[in-house]
Design a protein around this ligand. Sequence first.
Ligand SMILES: *Cc1c(COP(=O)(O)O)cnc(C)c1O
Length: 453
Amino acid sequence: MDQKIIALYSAAISEAAKKAIEYIETLDDRSVFPEAIHLEQAKELGGKMPKFGTPPVEVISTLHKLGSPATVANMSGRYFGMVVGGSTPASVGASVLSSAWDQVAVSSMSSPIACQLESIASSWLLDLLSLPSQSSVGFTTGTTQANLICLAAAREHQYAAMGIDVSNCGIAGAQPLKIVLSEQAHITLKKSLRILGFGEQQVLTVPADEQGRINSSALPELDKSTILCLQAGNVNTGAFDNFEAITEIARPAGTWVHVDGAFGLWARASNKLKYLAKGASKANSWAVDCHKWLNTPYDCGLAICDTPTSVERVMHTQESYIPSTNAPQPKDFLLEFSRRARGVEVWATLSELGSEGVSELIERCCNHAKRTAIALRKLGFTVLNSVEINQVLARIGNDRDTARLVERVQQSGAFWFGTTQWHGHLAFRISFSSWATSDSDVDRLIACIESAI
Ligand SMILES: *Cc1c(COP(=O)(O)O)cnc(C)c1O
């Protein structure tokens, strides 16, 4: 490479590293949610598309100057909205190195190292989550895509069992499948079903209990034309469906069981908490996010399936310019053809933490939640969930009091969590999923909530 080109990369990466470090170092001094003035200033990034270019270092320094103050401080450990997590040091570092590698993880022809790292990470993950070792693991953009892939495989498999090859004939004339969901199923799961041609009226919705677990006794008859979607970790309560009892009925009946375990499935990586997701390994497919509770950078989920051939039959992409191999190739288990090597950051995080470290991360977040729930009850709040994992769902007084409290906490800039609806009332939800949240952050969070009452 030309020395001038090398110098450009070197200057841009050095500047980015310097600014990224400065960003992390000053996180504690800033509001978790960006202030209005910073969002206003960030508008300067816009205007007309520039006609002429700007030197790379200048691009980075402008991005830092105007963009950094306008970010949500996910990495601070003080953000408890959605289930966001942060990114571990090794995963951020790996992301920088992997950007410089610029690998395209289509197949071992496009990047042998990307495939190798993803294959290593896959077997570590199956072990960590105690899932069947022959399962396929696709590194997706997140759980939305993972749900889509798993349900596409389920559709393929269930029709194949009925003697119908839907990849060939399509589903238009085929006998409809029975799709069974909990009323608490995540909205993105419904989106996946829509994309796959399962309309809302075709879906059988099963009521859930007080904590949001699917009501096992209200399940319709399950048979070999059924796809049943269960959940590990309700977004509000953190509750788990009863996998043990349900798979015992569903599997012998020939029903495909899919588990949406975006964050909750990680409980299986903890020695103390794995009992909560007991029996989940008896499902057929699982969707889980690395970018939530494993604390890798964004754009990373896993589509795991116990019968890899079902995924491959829908996702395969053979082209004459890609040599066929016996080894499974990423392109045949995912929606994308070209994509970045997401598994690199997963490998880095798993190497950094080890199985003990992942277990500790999960348990630490759950302990934060338990401690917060106890403190909230003492302060007169109603805690609405049984707080078995990382989610705390609570309210105070009426809807207006609850909304006002959340607003005051958000305005403090010290912490951020949001509201939700639970059984017809406004509640707030504090989600602990960041590697960086410390015991003293939790002490300060409780003090902040107390002063906002
Ligand atoms: C976050 C979440 C999803 C969607 O995952 P993305 O990674 O945001 O696509 C699906 N299901 C559950 C239970 C979730 O928490």
